[in-house]
Design a protein around this ligand. Structure first.
Ligand SMILES: Cc1cc2nc3c(=O)[nH]c(=O)nc-3n(C[C@H](O)[C@H](O)[C@H](O)COP(=O)(O)OP(=O)(O)OC[C@H]3O[C@@H](n4cnc5c(N)ncnc54)[C@H](O)[C@@H]3O)c2cc1C
Length: 455
């Protein structure tokens, strides 16, 4: 779920002059003067370190646990099923490999061709402006998640294989939270000072702290093992299909993995029709997957918005539990890992490496405020673009046409792959804005003719 995100993120960085994410560096975050202020506020903990429970061992939870444990916090990472595979397309941006030190051996495919296919089958190769060495990484989640969890353990986190059944919220500022869980069929509990809810879209932690609901999409995916010659076609190629036959408000995809392709789709507004849309994408790619064997069928909700509450008391939500998937693209892995890490680092900083208590205001200041300063405008813009471009087949045609523009592609790829705003060229930006309007108008007029012919 990648290159499409790229195109819309590009428009973000260029068409609009919305407020840019804050560019504070990690050094600025740990500026000594702010540490001093925090230290003077919170009472010290004696005889032990701050105790943190991280609920959920996906990218968000493992990254949070790694940061916490490396920062001197006594960390417990709960995962109900470490051997399971999270239903996911597994596309991650290039910068994540570097930033999260993910070894290249974990990457199944280096995607260098990204075809975006319109409802009328107009096809644009989004990869033509990639530079040598650039690619979109395709991973299997069972591989990535298990690696990140192991690394959290190596940093000192204790991995508890168990299903968290309840989080008991204390009534006072200094009393512990109690995590109730089942491990090896036995009920157990653990008292901690601070909790990170990284338990995904159906977050139990979010319910415990009454964090409120968000709207969500359902995504459905089949892993299909293809005959060798068909797999060859998808060797380094990802495809994204747009059209009301495959989704009324999202897109469908074919992503290559080590020995199979992941074929899927999603929708927010017509969840009960998801299987019909899956038949739609299978029909669009029929000749390319002929002879394939379905080896896994999976479905899962994707949050569409950040939750109304992401921090309450000494509990912080990260990743899907917080609702950090971007609209338009459904990209969530990088944002999950990033929010987990930022939250972990915030707790380490506020507690002075586990030697002091933390309070709600610390989590708000060090984690939430930083996160929103960096990413809130990105989420808002992608939301807007989804409502403009995924509205009808006409606007989807316009989007694909626009994606053919090399400037749009390059700026989009930079924004997606490096999670940075590329420096634009004013004249090209003006041209791009004009092209956007032109594409939408053209698609609208052509759509009317097509509708008239069909009537
Ligand atoms: C079909 C599909 C395709 C997608 N494709 C992409 C893509 O290509 N690229 C991309 O960037 N994003 C994609 N996403 C989104 C991405 O999967 C999520 O944003 C990402 O997994 C969020 O990570 P997380 O760690 O927050 O949550 P999760 O990955 O959901 O991890 C939550 C973890 O918590 C555990 N857990 C839950 N409840 C409990 C409990 N009570 N006790 C103990 N453990 C618990 C779960 O077992 C799980 O391991 C896709 C999503 C779907 C559904």
């Amino acid at each position: 779920m990648a290159s499409h995100a790229a195109s819309v993120t590009c428009l973000h960085s260029n068409l609009s002059s919305l407020s840019l994410p804050s560019r504070r560096s990690r050094n600025e975050h740990s500026a000594p003067h702010s540490l001093t202020i925090t230290a003077s506020k919170n009472p010290p903990i004696s005889g032990r370190s701050l105790r943190a429970a991280v609920i959920g061992g996906g990218p968000a939870g493992s990254s949070a646990a790694e940061s916490l444990a490396s920062g001197g916090i006594e960390t417990f990472l709960f995962e109900r099923s470490p051997a399971a595979a999270k239903p996911c397309g597994g596309a991650i941006p290039l910068c994540m490999l570097d930033e999260f030190k993910i070894p290249l051996q974990l990457v199944d495919r280096h995607v260098t061709e990204m075809k975006i296919i319109s409802p009328s089958n107009l096809t644009v190769d989004f990869g033509k402006t990639l530079h040598p060495g650039e690619f979109i990484a395709m991973v299997r989640r069972e591989v990535l998640d298990s690696f990140l969890r192991s690394r959290a353990e190596s940093s000192g986190a204790s991995l508890i294989t168990g299903l968290v059944t309840d989080l008991e919220v204390p009534s006072s500022d200094s009393a512990p939270y109690v995590v109730h869980y089942t491990s090896n069929s036995s009920p157990r509990s653990l008292a901690v000072d601070v909790v990170v809810g990284a338990d995904g879209a159906n977050s139990r932690v979010a319910k415990s702290i009454k964090a409120g609901d968000y709207s969500w999409a359902i995504a459905f995916q089949e892993r299909i093992r293809l005959p060798e010659e068909k797999m060859k076609y998808y060797e380094n190629l990802a495809e994204m299909y747009l059209g009301s036959d495959v989704s009324p408000d999202f897109y469908a995809w074919v992503f290559p993995k080590c020995d199979h392709v992941a074929v899927g789709t999603g929708t927010i507004c017509s969840k009960q029709e998801i299987k019909a849309f899956q038949r739609g994408i299978r029909e669009r790619v029929k000749p390319k997957i002929a002879g394939g064997e379905v080896i896994k069928v999976e479905a899962h909700p994707i949050p569409e918005h950040p939750r109304p509450v992401r921090v309450r008391g000494r509990v912080a939500l990260v990743g899907d539990a917080a609702g950090y998937v971007t609209k338009c693209s459904g990209e969530g892995i990088y944002f999950a890992a990033k929010s987990g890490r930022m939250c972990g680092e915030a707790i380490v900083k506020a507690s002075e490496r586990g030697t002091r208590e933390v309070r709600e205001e610390d989590l708000r200041r060090e984690y939430l405020r930083e996160w929103d300063a960096r990413y809130a405008s990105t989420y808002r813009l992608l939301d807007l673009l989804q409502s403009v471009f995924y509205r009808s087949n006409r606007t989807r045609e316009a989007l694909v046409e626009l994606c053919g523009d090399e400037y749009v592609q390059r700026m989009s790829l930079d924004s997606y792959m490096y999670k940075r705003l590329a420096a634009g060229n004013r004249w090209e930006d003006v041209k791009m804005a004009a092209n956007t309007v032109g594409s939408l108008v053209r698609a609208h007029i052509m759509g009317r003719h097509v509708d008239a012919l069909e009537a």
